[in-house]
Ligand binder design. Structure first.
Ligand SMILES: [Ca+2]
Length: 348
């Protein structure tokens, strides 16, 4: 855990501030001449609300020049705003125009701070008042058949071999579990690190569970460099797409994965598919994923493909686009190869 300055989301003074320009923000501005200044009262106090619970490590304070006893105070903290624990008592003068640390040894976690003037009636004043604490660290890594992976530059990337170590979490762990699963193989496992004592006390209450299974978005892949086509007819197009997986016995088992293709003869301006019902080529909007999946070339139904019409349509360049859909992480959708056969027998 690293010591950080706590973020204050709310502050108040009871019974009130000395003036409209004496708010607590003056104790956070790095300027010794601006003051957080209470009204004159019996035991006036400041209350601070932190953005989250912290293990408070210290307060770092500076007094009002010439009025050092206005920092004589008790500092209490609370997790819930109801039950209070004394963290620090100051009854000594501290130097002005410099920061003095008031070190806290209590190990509780608190969200609310109350600073109360001790002694008789008077003013509670600080020129600077900072609260430091530690927050919990949570980190995520994954591991699959490739090894231990971290989310680096928006893709899950191998950073070592099992077992996962605390050093790996410290160096590579993601603070939040990324939504993007790019780079992970099927059956990847999530590894979680925390130093939150509440979780460590009762880990069984904090197990990660699958709350929702979402459908992954179809992915469109477009060839960026065209094939230069020989000036002879193409007699066959063959696509080898993988939508099956091997079971534990090595047998191929079909999944709900789908791969479809489209082709372009004009550098990707217009895309075409073949309609097996009308037996005609049709233009296709490959940015419309539903239409691409529905109407794209299906490698398993190329028998009716009209090669003479295809050759009449074609130019000297050819590029393909593919759409891959894996409805769930257990499905498969891969492009293995595309084979073009010419009348002369040349294939690329
Ligand atoms: Ca100040």
């Amino acid at each position: 855990m690293a010591e950080i300055e706590a973020i204050i989301t709310n502050s108040a003074c009871s019974p009130g501030w000395y003036s409209a320009d004496s708010l607590f923000a003056n104790a956070l501005d790095g300027n010794y001449s601006t003051l957080a200044h209470s009204a004159n009262a019996t035991a006036p106090y400041f209350t601070l609300t932190l953005d989250k619970p912290y293990k408070i490590t210290k307060f770092s304070v500076a007094p009002q020049s010439g009025y050092l006893s206005r920092t004589y105070c008790t500092i209490d903290a609370s997790a819930d705003g109801t039950a209070w624990t004394r963290l620090y008592t100051n009854s000594a003068n501290i130097p002005n125009n410099t920061m003095t640390d008031w070190v806290v040894t209590d190990s509780g976690r608190y969200k609310f701070i109350k600073i109360t003037l001790t002694g008789s009636a008077g003013y509670l004043v600080f020129s600077e008042f900072r609260t430091f604490g530690e927050t919990d660290t949570t980190k995520y890594l994954c591991a699959d058949a490739d090894g231990v992976k971290a989310f680096v530059d928006a893709v899950w990337t191998v950073i070592g071999e099992l077992p996962v170590t605390e050093d790996m979490f410290g160096e590579y762990g993601a603070d939040m579990f990324p939504q993007d699963l790019s780079g992970l193989l099927d059956d990847a496992e999530v590894y979680f690190f925390t130093d939150d004592p509440l979780v460590l006390e009762t880990p069984e209450n904090h197990a990660l569970t699958v709350r929702e299974t979402v459908t992954s978005k179809p992915k469109t892949i477009i060839q960026t460099v065209d094939f230069d086509i020989a000036d002879v007819d193409i007699t066959k197009l063959e696509f080898e797409f993988v939508t099956a997986k091997r079971d534990s016995s090595g047998n191929a088992v079909g999944t709900n994965g789908r791969v479809r293709a489209a082709f372009s003869f004009d550098l990707g301006v217009n895309w075409y598919t073949f309609n097996n019902q009308t037996l005609e080529f049709e233009t296709l909007d490959i940015t419309d994923t539903a239409a691409f999946l529905e109407n794209g070339l299906n490698p398993s139904s190329m028998s009716a493909f009209d090669y003479s019409a295809f050759n009449a349509l074609r130019t000297a360049t050819l590029r393909f686009a593919y759409i891959l859909e894996k409805p769930t992480l257990t499905d498969a959708a891969k492009v293995r190869k595309t084979k073009i056969t010419y009348a002369s027998g040349v294939a690329i």
